[in-house]
Design a protein around this ligand. Sequence first.
Ligand code: COA
Length: 373
Amino acid sequence: MLHAAITGTGVFTPSQVITNDELVAAFNAYVERYNAENADAIAAGTLAPKSPSSSEFIVNASGIEQRFVMDKSGILDPAVMHPLLRQRGDDEPSIMAEMAVDACAKALEKAGRTADQVDAVIVAASNHERAYPAIAVEVQDLLGTGGFGFDMNVACSSATFGIQAAADMIRAGSISKALVVNPEICSAHLEWRDRDCHFIFGDVCTAVLLERDSDAQGPHFTIRSTRCATQFSNNIRNNNGFLRRSRPDGMTDRRDMQFMQEGRKVFKEVLPMVSTHIQNHMADEGIAAPALKRLWLHQANKTMNDFIGKKVLGRAPEPGEQPNILQDYANTSSAGSIIAFSKFSDDLAPGDLGLICSFGAGYSVGSVVVERA
Ligand code: COA
């Protein structure tokens, strides 16, 4: 029986940071402009004024303190309010491919491997820069890996679903090494002018190298098992695609092409789904709560993670048992749990068990039980 292992991880972190205070100052300047420009309609009662945001609300509601982004100038310009990313020429690497190459190179270095030893590249993300050719095939070309590449999208759960796909191929023997990479440019599908969600996302790219565990050259994490589940809901969605919707006036409604959510409903519906999923996965593996040394959860909301950790462990997690990175990175969609895993796993001892879990739109939830070796 072949077993898969995670032998390397890499994180590409953009160089630009936006603090909550910077974000709120730009948002509130936009609100002032909007309300001034629409003063007559607002006074006549035909248009609702927009309300200001606050850093205090953002930290209390989400735990987020800052986010990394690919371009802060456009996002913070009250007249623009979205990243200004230069359109790449057809003969230039795409932005997501560049981010992916950086994260993959770090994962390969950590595992002591070179790109030509890799048989498959899976680019698993919540939004892809283009439909085709697959970003993964471009990453394959830029890195010089062999085999094949393909893109996949299960929104915030893309990383764990990608790990399950790669681990299954390794277990079946069709490949021996795969890179699963999650380039997330969330800033480009977030509506920065919507007070309810303007603080939620950041940009990043994570990568993991999976190998047959018998091939691993250094400390690694053997994958004990993986579990994926989905259940349809429209409460988190992005209708971006080639069938753009038109409004009655013939205009395209860009808001419909960006991230939308019913945050409260997500809270109520996803929490029990995820807690039960993790508990069932642990029961199938015969793992009791005290045996679990670490939980690397999807990074969307601190309250959410506190709740899941408490439910799974049967008590409030000790500091470090369930590391959060969302205060620094915000929600980075599929990459969040892998950032936490990458930054907070080297200290585990041989035999220690941990669980990576990502969840989100679909709804979807994926979990990976790993053992330090
Ligand atoms: N600044 C100040 N006040 C704000 C605000 C902002 N930026 N955004 C909303 N508010 C106000 C609302 O208007 C509301 O006021 P009201 O009570 O007078 O109506 C109040 O704050 C509470 O808003 P609500 O949307 O209920 O906040 P919340 O506590 O649910 O937190 C989220 C919002 C988005 C942080 C939270 O719902 C969440 O994290 N949901 C799940 C997210 C998730 O996992 N999504 C998956 C995405 S991958």
